[in-house]
Design a protein around this ligand. Structure first.
Ligand code: ZN
Length: 329
């Protein structure tokens, strides 16, 4: 297959794209931070981004891989996407194929990120691993016996909606106590806002310059790094929820490696170290089971586009794609 392969990532707030090719030291990236709210608008934006990259490269995009937040079935329909409310039963695969007249593969965004981390990233060479993303919600993707596993209908990996506290906070899915209500970046941000609002977190209140509603999980990470005792305590309590869900996944799937991705993972060891500590406390039969390595995702917010392009190559063939290193213009 001649030409580039494009990877796209449709998230809660933006759409990213990269065109990857063989041996290219420089790849072309594009980003729209004004993600349209309608399904037709999202399709139109993707078509514009692909055509824009083709013009800039003077080379065709031969095939596309697309990762989308939400439940994506095996036929490339986005069944639902809680962070993109306009999406329901969105036939993304057929709409893009029709508009662009070239091969398209559509996957869940966590699956695309896992495929990206398998290329020179934190899941390279791993046979049994999980990628769990901690951002607005929690996403997960499974690598078992050396293969990405999607389950019946392609809907595996919805770990964010495992119920871990039946009396916990309400979730967008309509139930209570889903893991992502207690262990996502949004959950950590909410804990920070509550503590600051109750007058129990002076440093967080200062960080927000009086606008407590702007506090996010990343701010807790920042202040914990700087040694603030309240931020450290919030992060420790939060990490025990993260570890509880990871422990459930470990018991069911027995991975050798868990890769933590999403916005919170970019905090690095400030996030990973308390998660490892909490996991070692909760992890059963530690003396008899091999330990599980918890690693930070390596490709950051580019994992999804790298992985989506590789999923297109896995599906339709094409040249060896340049690895994950190299400059993006
Ligand atoms: Zn839920």
């Amino acid at each position: 297959m001649a030409g580039r392969l494009a990877g796209l990532d449709i998230g809660g707030t933006n759409i990213r794209a990269e065109a990857l090719g063989p041996g290219a030291a420089e790849r072309l990236g594009a980003r729209r931070s004004d993600r349209p709210d309608s399904m037709a608008g999202i399709v139109e934006a993707i078509c514009q981004m692909v055509r824009g990259m083709e013009e800039a490269l003077a080379e065709p995009v031969a095939a596309l891989g697309v990762g989308c937040a939400g439940l994506v079935d095996r036929s490339g329909v986005v069944v639902t996407s809680p962070n993109i409310p306009a999406i329901a039963d969105f036939p993304l695969h057929s709409m893009l194929t029709e508009r662009l007249q070239r091969p398209v593969v559509v996957e869940n965004d966590a699956t695309a990120a896992l495929r990206g981390e398998m290329e020179g990233g934190a899941a390279a060479g791993v046979a049994d691993g999980l990628l769990v993303t901690f951002g607005t919600g929690i996403g997960a993707a499974l690598l078992l016996d050396g293969k990405i596993r999607r389950g019946a209908h392609g809907l595996a990996g919805e770990a964010g909606h495992m119920i871990v506290a039946p009396d916990g906070p309400e979730c967008l899915c309509g139930r209570r106590g889903c893991w992502e209500q207690l262990a996502s970046g949004e959950a950590l941000g909410r804990a920070a806002r509550e503590a600051a609002g109750a007058g129990k977190a002076p440093a967080l209140r200062d960080r927000a310059a009086g606008r407590i509603e702007t506090l996010r999980g990343e701010h807790v990470g920042e202040l914990a790094t700087a040694g603030d005792p309240v931020a450290r305590r919030l992060l420790r309590e939060f990490s025990s929820w993260v570890a509880l869900g990871l422990n459930n996944l470990i018991l069911v799937l027995s991975p050798e490696v868990i890769v933590l991705g999403g916005g919170l993972s970019e905090l690095g060891e400030v996030f990973l170290a308390p998660v490892r500590d909490a996991l070692s406390e909760i992890f059963v039969e530690q003396d008899r089971r091999p330990s599980v390595e918890v690693r930070q995702a390596r490709h950051g917010d580019r994992a999804g586009v790298i992985g989506a392009a590789h999923l297109a190559r896995d599906t339709f063939g094409g040249p060896e794609l340049h690895g994950a290193s190299g400059r993006v213009r």
